[in-house]
Design a protein around this ligand. Sequence first.
Ligand SMILES: *Cc1c(COP(=O)(O)O)cnc(C)c1O
Length: 478
Amino acid sequence: MLIFEKSRPGRGACLLPECDVEVFMPEEKYKRESKLPLPEMAEGDLGRHYTELAKKCQGVNDGFYPLGSCTMKYNPRIDEIVANLPGFSEVHPLQPEHTVQGSMEVLKLGEEYLCEITGMDEMTFQPAAGAHGEFAGLLLMKAYHESRGEGEKRTKIIVPDSAHGTNPASAVMAGYSVFTVPSGADGCVDIEKLREAAGEDVAGLMLTNPNTVGLFDKNILKITEIIHGCGGLCYYDGANLNAVMGRVRPGDMGFDVIHLNLHKTFATPHGGGGPGSGPVGCKKLLADFLPSVTVRGEERLTFEKPKHSIGEMKGFYGNFLVVVRALAYIQTLGREGIKEASENAVLNANYMMHGLKDLYTMAYDDICMHEFVMDLSDLKKKTGVAALDIAKGLLDHGIHPPTMYFPLIVPEALMAEPTETEAKETIDRAIAVFRKLYEKASEDPEALHEAPKTAAVARLDEVEAARHPIVKYNHQDI
Ligand SMILES: *Cc1c(COP(=O)(O)O)cnc(C)c1O
């Protein structure tokens, strides 16, 4: 039942203090014609309503949540507490700079730490998500080529087929044509094919690393060298930084521009529609084109717009409170902690892969980074049980399914990312459950076709849910 259906006129859960300033009445033409249709409910019933909804979902507080490519990791409570401090949460974006120096210090320190972690010279927090950061990064690359009179000539962005799907989409949005280079049998970029594609029409390359099959491209230095050799720029999709932060720096590997996903790596919960943050870092050669920069002056911090700026990517300064969480996360972990987080993410993924690989076929039987991909096509051929059925079966054991049918280059794919905070016992239990489901596929495939039995809903029409989602309640329907 929706909260609107439970609403009864006159009930409420908040008491507003008496107004102690002069009441301002807007002009007649700006007034609403009807009452704002907000649900009216007592505080106790309100609490029950949301607890009931939470119980219907499988979340990171309910159990193991190995959703690969998304990094659904545990985010420490302290970061949430810091972001909720009124000094941060109640500042107004239009406040004069001298009244918000503390918040500007958060932005500046955040930029400095992330530049240090990525090996970049400058950083902007404007983009609101990963894909938004990709778009911003591409606009920087485009502005650079245009400034050198090569804008017309360089029309192509090279994207390996193991890239995240947003990479080619962003390149097209920025007005480029996409040239796909295939991966070799080892899951890494085919170097010979890349060499053939590199020419004077190339604006740059976008590389997801670790890539979508969870591998660190061993030819990464060769890749950036080839692209720079033809006058192109190198873009690093850093959404998977959780696997490498504190260990290697994209800037040292030759990349000119990068985006990060603070809502994957740096302590903002991912999913549910945001807010997110996709900061973009770049080397000096692109700094003149950034949307805006925080400058540390002698007296105080100021916001400035670089000379050849591509312009604003978002209102004000991006999703500020997400940056507060990231800064709190970085400062609580410290230099060693950041490194340890990525080491444990990689260790946990390899441990889990090792515990499964005698039963489940691994798409790439190599040391993985923070996630690994299983190929269930053998199992499906033998038993009729598909990746989807195993994923649904996990729900009956209190485990959230891994990512299914992605990456697209692996058939019947299940992609698991345990993340760094999971204990050995949790992963051992997950391994046992995966193994049990594998056996069940042979013994009783029908039972798996019918899973889950314990969830609030079983098999949903996923196409309908994706194509025609109902995300807004129409109050006229009551
Ligand atoms: C999640 C992800 C993106 C896109 O980030 P959004 O914040 O969802 O726009 C891009 N690249 C990779 C590798 C990702 O995992």
